[in-house]
Design a protein around this ligand. Structure first.
Ligand code: URA
Length: 230
């Protein structure tokens, strides 16, 4: 929310006092003096007036995990192991998954407590491609490429998928770049050709690549560069 709104919502200040505090350069956000009433502050921001701490700021967390097959992309599941079970308990709190993967899909999974950031990563409007390595039961025909580019009609959602790039790597393997994340999207796209996906692995989300040093089930914090790329 806007900084002036954050301050005026506190019992200590009315709108006029807020304006004055800002003009007098008495407000600091994350250690920097801020005079712009429209500056955006979030639950992660540390906000001070003079030497009084108004909000300590929640630490933002961003993790990449190499999702193994055989675990669900959920925070709780009564029956199966979840991706959160792969993290130590103190790290799990308030994390959500940015872009789910199916039970047997492997590869890059991102977990964070920053909802605005994860929306940017996953929403089609930001056009960040997600790359998948796909292995199919039957041969992948050269004619698939055009269909992936022009789109598939998904009756349930009543939409046509956005242009996707299919690079055929071998008779039954391909690399696919998509900018959406519809339910079972990749399997449904190949399903159009009656070709079953038998292996699916996510390699990238935008500029973030699965770290080759991470074995299935391992995780690490995202770097500042990876976080800023979204
Ligand atoms: N598309 C699918 O069909 N499954 C996944 O896990 C990811 C994308």
């Amino acid at each position: 929310m806007r900084l002036d709104r954050f301050l005026a919502n506190l019992p200590s200040y009315n709108r006029q006092q807020v304006r004055l505090l800002l003009v007098q350069r008495r407000v600091r956000v994350d250690g920097d003096t801020v005079a712009d009433p429209r500056a955006e502050v979030r639950e992660f921001s540390r906000i001070e007036v003079d030497d009084q701490l108004l909000q300590a700021g929640r630490p933002a967390r961003y993790l990449m995990l190499h999702k193994p097959a055989g675990c669900v992309s959920a925070t709780h599941d009564p029956q199966h192991r979840t991706v959160l079970d792969l993290l130590p308990a103190p790290l799990r709190e308030d994390l959500h998954i940015a872009g789910r993967l199916d039970y047997n899909t492997t590869g890059l999974m991102i977990l964070t407590n920053d909802g605005q950031w994860s929306r940017r990563l996953t929403q089609p409007a930001t056009k960040l491609p997600k790359h998948y390595l796909v292995e199919t039961e039957d041969e992948i025909g050269a004619h698939y490429v055009d269909k992936f580019r022009t789109g598939f009609y998904f009756a349930f959602e009543d939409l046509t998928t956005l242009p996707a790039q299919l690079d055929i790597l071998g008779p039954r393997t391909a690399r696919l770049a998509i900018i959406e994340g519809r339910y079972h999207q990749v399997k449904r796209m190949f399903g159009y050709f009656d070709n079953k996906v038998v292996g699916l692995h996510r390699e990238t989300m935008g500029a973030i690549q699965l770290d080759p040093g991470l074995a299935p089930g391992e995780f690490r914090a995202l770097t500042a560069t990876e976080i800023a790329s979204v």
